[in-house]
Structures are given as structure tokens and as C-alpha cells.
Design a protein around this ligand. Structure first.
Ligand code: FAD
Length: 562
């Protein structure tokens, strides 16, 4: 391993939609570089299927979009942040359309919009069932046009501080195994979600929460980490997502008795109730003996007809044929809930500013908090584009007056990181990362899943802490420099163990049920004590926990009814 240093004005970690959109905003005035552990077009944004919300319809309004978002969040979203999201949505969608995204169209040529869960209007714009693919390719083209510098397949290993402020980071060049220091005036974390903390997840293998762990270690708090979204309709066995668009197009959920069952749980919205409600309904059907093989229910699209399925859901059909041997034109799809989205993340204000000077966050790894206790489908792609622009403007202002970074700190940190990685690489005879990872995933699936209770959560916390201890003696198993993915998987595991502990601590200390967090021992929402954000700060080796206020104001807090 060798060490050298690079310097840019601003470093962005992550080349998904949020990282790319920040870079576009900054590229004209600053020397910006993006570091990404995979090629930008393999970022997880590419996998988004169903669509992106914007109140484009004549009868729709930003206020209605904001209200649905706040109600769906079980009133935990910060309403000033939601206001920005809903107001800026049409602009963000039209901007991307003008850049080249080929949205599906109505007969009269307008951008087509489909109904999504928890929304009062059909406001989800889509590009067939490959919306993320279209948006990411278009946005990436815009970064190429602007000549933005990319470090592709570089794994960021730590943030560097000069005392109080962030002055850069260290990163491993995966191709060569070299560790480098990068000096900068500002760092933006845009590393996506942390779904792979769970065994069953719709997320790509790369969604390991690296940015959240980096921030936590650098002294930036994490927020609302207990709020994990379980998507109701994931392919049984592989957990591949069956987009909410499938229900938006009219798909039905059917139990083993052959009945549509959502009338019991959400009589008005039926299959289009918010995701938390549908996920719990499916789990309840299975737990009460009305599932197939005690495991799954059916998502039935057969009544939609071949033409509609081929036009609106071609990717879903292909996935079903290849991964379940089922053609949804002729047969129902076996589905069950799986981890899907991380509502929590790095604590920021509505401009992406963290409490650590020089450090910003955006996209799924940030918690601004626009989704509160439960995200509405179609709002996350929107968050990346709307707040990518907002955060870009904030970082520009900060950078214009920030002092030059001290590269001495960066060089020293890169040297220390190299020493740490060498020790990891050459340690023999310890635990295998794969076995620790498997136990972590199973623990989170079973004990910190759709339904939670205190004894299970306490058992999970104990197990996770034991796994953290076992990690201290981990053996990577391969010591090569070049493309050592065994090392990358080990570093990701280290990050995920940090987050698994914080998620479980949050689930334990929130003694109420709200949004996606459902406690069997505290089944009611408790606004008096818990209409608050949870906050987690690393102090030495301990996690300090506290609650902070939610920004209310626009909408009155009400009971939820569906
Ligand atoms: C299957 C699926 C379907 C979805 N469909 C929809 C939908 O239809 N509508 C919607 O609104 N939302 C949807 N979502 C959610 C949405 O896609 C994501 O929340 C959003 O795309 C996240 O974008 P991002 O820019 O924050 O992160 P990502 O796109 O995940 O990008 C993360 C980036 O960080 C980089 N990175 C991570 N760690 C490191 C590191 N250590 N060093 C260097 N680089 C690093 C990665 O290489 C990557 O470039 C879906 C999610 C899933 C899982």
C-alpha cells in the first residue's frame, strides 16, 4: 500500500442521484470531485422502479402533497423541510425531463402519473417501471457534460478533522489497494441507505451505511435510526422489490383463503394504504395462519391483462419470470415484506448542514427529516433531486469563505488508516466476516423487524454487542492489494455493526408505535412523550442518546385513519 494526497475544494462521497445533483450545483464555481465505491451508474438509485412525486396535476397542489407526506410520516416529519420538498417537486421533475429523462406519457403528451400509497392524487411520475434507471443516466450525463472529476471504485474509509472542522478524508483505491488522503474545505456525504444491516432487504449489496458510520465516528449525530421501512411486496425468497406501482396499477393482495384482505386494515385506501400499514397487514395475515406455507401472500396482477402489464410493468414481469418462475400475466406473485428504506440517518437541518463544521449530508444517508416515521413511495427520488440542489447551494456558500484545508492532518490520517488496514489484512485465525454478517442479518430480521417488543430488542442488542466484540478478532481471509473485495466487505461489516447497535437502541428507547416502528408492548402512538426525534452521538466508545423537538406548524397533529 502506498500513500499520496489529493486536494479539491469540495469532496462528494457517493455518485447516486443525490451526490450527482449536488455536484452539478457546485461545478461551475468550484473544483468538485466525487468518490464512489462503484461506477456511478451502479449506484443504488438505478434500481428505483415506481416513480417520483410532484403535484403536476390540475387538481393537485403542493399543499396536498405536503399534507400527505406529513400524515404518512405519522407527524414526525419536520414540516418546514416537507414544505421545501413539495414546493420544489414540479421544478425538479421538469428540470430532469428537460435534461433528457424519458418519462411515460399520457395520450395528450403530458408526463403520466400513477397513484401511490398514502397519496390523495395520482402524483407519481414514472418512466415505465425503470424510473431510477432513467433519472440516474440523465443526471450522470449532465455531470459528464460539466467535466466533473470522478474517483470511481474508491472506498472512503474515514473523515479527517483539523480539531473541530472537517478538512478531508481518507480513501482506498480498490483497484490498487493504495490508501490516499484527500484534503478539502467541505465534504458532502451522499452514500445512500443501510438496508443490508438486515438479512432480507430490497437494497443492493452496496447499501451498507458507510456514510452514517463515518459521520458517527467523526462526532456527527445520527437521527431517528429506529425507523426502518419494510416494503410490503417483495418477491418471496429473494426479497426483490415488486414496485408499489404494481398496486398503483390495480394489483390486489390475496391471502391463502383466496380473499382480498386489506379491507380489514385500511377500508378506504385498501392496497394503497401507506407501506407500514400494508406490511403489518401481510405479517398479521401470515402470523394468524392465512399465509401460504406460513410465509407469504399473493400479489395478483392477472386481472390487469397482458397489454397493461407489458406496457407499465415489463421489468416486474421479467423479474418474476427469472427469479420466481412465475409469469404475472397468468399467475399471482408470491410476496412478503422485507427491509426497504432507512428513514433515519445523519442529523442535518433543512439545508443539509450537520453539527460538525464542514460536513454536509444529503439523500438517503441524511435525516433532514422529510419522511419522519414512514416514507411515502416516490418521495425519496424526489428528495435526492430537490435537496441535492439545496445542499449544493448551501455548500457553495460555506466553501466561498472557508479556510484552506491543512493537508498535514490528511496525510497523518491516511498513514494511520494504512496501518489499521494492514493489521486487519494480516490477522489470521480469527472470526470470518461472513459468519458475523449472517448472524447480524438474521438478528435484525427476527428481533428488530416489522413487529418489535422489549425482550426481543434487548436480546438483539446483546447479540449485536457480542458480534462487535467478535469483529475485533476478525480475519479478512485474503491479503492481496488489488481488488480485495474481502477487505471491502469487512470494512462494510464494521460500519453496519455500528448502525445495527444504534437502530436497536433507538427501537428500545422509543416506547410507542409510530409509522414503521411498531412495538407490540406499546401499541399506541404517544405524542405526549415521543413526538420527538431520537438522536445518537458517539462519545468515546459510548453512544449518547437524547430526544429533540419536531418542527411542526403547517398541519395539526391528528390520529391516523385509513
Ligand atoms: C429496489 C428499490 C426501489 C426503489 N424505488 C423507488 C421509487 O420508485 N421511488 C422513490 O422515490 N424511491 C425509490 N427507492 C428509494 C431510492 O431509490 C433511494 O432512496 C435513492 O435512490 C437513494 O439515492 P442516494 O443518492 O441517496 O444514494 P445511492 O443511489 O444509493 O448512491 C449511494 C452512492 O454512495 C456510494 N458509496 C457508498 N459508500 C461509499 C464509500 N464508503 N465510499 C465511496 N462511495 C460510497 C456508492 O458507490 C453510490 O454511488 C427505491 C429503493 C429500492 C431499494
Amino acid at each position: 500500500m502506498t500513500i499520496s494526497s489529493f486536494e479539491h475544494d469540495i469532496l462528494i462521497v457517493g455518485a447516486g442521484l443525490s451526490g450527482l445533483r449536488v455536484a452539478i450545483e457546485l461545478s461551475e464555481k468550484f473544483d468538485v470531485a466525487i468518490l464512489t465505491k462503484v461506477h456511478p451508474l451502479r449506484s443504488h438509485s438505478v434500481a428505483a422502479q415506481g416513480g417520483i412525486n410532484a403535484s403536476l396535476g390540475e387538481d393537485d397542489s403542493w399543499e396536498s402533497h405536503a399534507f400527505d407526506t406529513v400524515k404518512g410520516s405519522d407527524y414526525l416529519a419536520d414540516q418546514d423541510v416537507v414544505e421545501i420538498l413539495a414546493k420544489e417537486a414540479p421544478r425538479a421533475v421538469i428540470e430532469n425531463e428537460r435534461w433528457g429523462t424519458a418519462f411515460s406519457r399520457t395520450d395528450d403528451g403530458k408526463i403520466a402519473q400513477r397513484p401511490f400509497g398514502g397519496a390523495a392524487f395520482p402524483r407519481t411520475c414514472y418512466a415505465s417501471d425503470r424510473t431510477g434507471h432513467n433519472l440516474l443516466h440523465t443526471t450522470f450525463e449532465q455531470t459528464l457534460k460539466r467535466g466533473i472529476k470522478f474517483y470511481n471504485e474508491w472506498f472512503v474509509t474515514s473523515l479527517v478533522k483539523d480539531g473541530e472542522s472537517i478538512c478531508g478524508l481518507t480513501a482506498l483505491d480498490i483497484a490498487t489497494g493504495a490508501v490516499h488522503g484527500f484534503a478539502a474545505k467541505a465534504v458532502v456525504l451522499a452514500t445512500g441507505g443501510f438496508g443490508r444491516v438486515y438479512g432480507h432487504s430490497t437494497n443492493a449489496l452496496i447499501n451498507t451505511g458507510d456514510g452514517c458510520a463515518l459521520a458517527l465516528r467523526a462526532g456527527a449525530p445520527l437521527k431517528d435510526m429506529e425507523f426502518i421501512q419494510f416494503h410490503p411486496t417483495c418477491l418471496f425468497g429473494s426479497s426483490i422489490l415488486m414496485t408499489e406501482g404494481a398496486r398503483g396499477e390495480g394489483g390486489h393482495l390475496i391471502n391463502a383463503e383466496g380473499k382480498r384482505f386489506m379491507d380489514k386494515y385500511a377500508p378506504e385506501k385498501m392496497e394503497l394504504a401507506p407501506r407500514d400499514i400494508v406490511a403489518r397487514a401481510i405479517r398479521t395475515e401470515v402470523l394468524e395462519g392465512r399465509g401460504f406455507e406460513d410465509e407469504y401472500v399473493h400479489l395478483d396482477l392477472t386481472h390487469l391483462g397482458k397489454e397493461k402489464i407489458m406496457e407499465r410493468l415489463p421489468g416486474i414481469r421479467e423479474i418474476c419470470i427469472h427469479f420466481a418462475g412465475v409469469d404475472p400475466i397468468d399467475e399471482p406473485i408470491p410476496i412478503q415484506p422485507a427491509q426497504h428504506y432507512s428513514m433515519g440517518g445523519i442529523h442535518t437541518d433543512k439545508y443539509g448542514v450537520t453539527p460538525v463544521s464542514g460536513l454536509f449530508a444529503v439523500g438517503e444517508n441524511a435525516c433532514m427529516s422529510v419522511h419522519g416515521a414512514n416514507r411515502l413511495g416516490g418521495n425519496s427520488l424526489l428528495e435526492t433531486l430537490v435537496f441535492g440542489r439545496v445542499v449544493g447551494q448551501t455548500v457553495a456558500e460555506y466553501t466561498a469563505s472557508a479556510k484552506a484545508p491543512d493537508s498535514g492532518y490528511v496525510g497523518q490520517s491516511a498513514f494511520e488508516m494504512r496501518e489499521y488496514l494492514q493489521t486487519l489484512l494480516f490477522h489470521e485465525g480469527g472470526d470470518s466476516p461472513a459468519s458475523i454478517r449472517e448472524t447480524m442479518g438474521q438478528t435484525m430480521d427476527v428481533l428488530v423487524g416489522v413487529y418489535r417488543k422489549s425482550d426481543a430488542l434487548e436480546a438483539a442488542l446483546k447479540l449485536i454487542r457480542e458480534l462487535k466484540d467478535r469483529f475485533k478478532n476478525v480475519s479478512v481471509g485474503r491479503s492481496d492489494d488489488k481488488f480485495n473485495y474481502a477487505l471491502i466487505r469487512t470494512l462494510e461489516l464494521e460500519n453496519m455493526l455500528e448502525l445495527a447497535e444504534v437502530i436497536t437502541m433507538g427501537a428500545l428507547m422509543r416506547r410507542e408505535s409510530r409509522g414503521a416502528h411498531w412495538r407490540l408492548d406499546y401499541p399506541d402512538r404517544d405524542d405526549d412523550n415521543f413526538l420527538k426525534h431520537s438522536l445518537f452521538t458517539k462519545v468515546d466508545d459510548f453512544i449518547k442518546t437524547e430526544f429533540i423537538d419536531v418542527n411542526l406548524g403547517m398541519f395539526e397533529v391528528k390520529e391516523r385513519t385509513y
